[in-house]
Each structure stands twice: as structure tokens, then as C-alpha cells.
Design a protein around this ligand. Structure first.
Ligand SMILES: [Zn+2]
Length: 118
């Protein structure tokens, strides 16, 4: 598959976890308004890892111009986040029809294809 198609696929795949993470990470007490400012400012925050991801992979971060490997890594991180949420609520991922499980199945497949590319 052409690189640009894979990239487009990954960029689209990032939309769902972006919404999900925003919904699940509590940034109300954040003094930086949910904008990751680096380890110094954010090291005491429980949401630092997710927040860092959001800040670096939001719609305004120029994602499309980043290298494919970096985008794939972002998808991989998102996959683990969604996986953890789904596990917590004990969805039968292989059979479940909810958006999170459907996203997980599609994303696992896409990442596996990406990793096995020649
Ligand atoms: Zn589900």
C-alpha cells in the first residue's frame, strides 16, 4: 500500500481516540488549560502522559507533515489507551459492536499490516 494511503488511514484512526481521551482525562484542574508544557511543569500531573499525547497529536499539531513512523507510534499509544478502557469495562473485543471495539479491531489490523510491510 502506498505510504500516503497508510498515513491518511492512521490520521483518520487518531480521531476517535482523541475524542475518547479528551472525554476520559480530567483536565479541569490543569493550570495550563490542558496544554502539555513539558516534564518540568507537568511531572506531578496524573494525566501528563495522555495530555502530552493530546498536545502533540491534536488537529493543530501539523500531524500530516510528520514522519509516518511517528504517526504510527501515536496510533500505537492510542491503541493501548483504548485497549485499557475496553478491558476495564470488560467488552468482548472480538465480538463487541461498540465504536471502541470496532476501532480496536480495525486499528490492530492496520498496525499489524504496517509492521509487516516489506
Ligand atoms: Zn465494546
Amino acid at each position: 500500500m502506498a505510504i500516503s494511503i497508510v498515513k491518511e488511514q492512521f490520521l483518520q484512526a487518531l480521531e476517535f481516540p482523541r475524542l475518547l481521551i479528551r472525554k476520559n482525562v480530567d483536565l479541569r484542574d490543569c493550570r495550563f488549560n490542558g496544554h502539555y508544557v513539558g516534564e518540568l511543569g507537568c511531572r506531578l500531573c496524573d494525566a501528563a502522559i495522555e495530555c502530552k499525547w493530546l498536545t502533540h497529536h491534536d488537529e493543530f499539531s501539523g500531524l500530516a507533515s510528520k514522519p509516518l513512523d511517528e504517526i504510527a507510534a501515536a496510533v500505537d499509544f492510542a491503541m493501548h489507551f483504548v485497549e485499557a478502557l475496553v478491558m476495564e469495562s470488560q467488552h468482548p473485543v472480538d465480538a463487541c459492536t461498540c465504536e471502541a471495539c470496532a476501532w480496536l479491531r480495525a486499528t490492530r489490523r492496520a498496525l499489524a499490516e504496517f509492521e509487516n510491510r516489506a
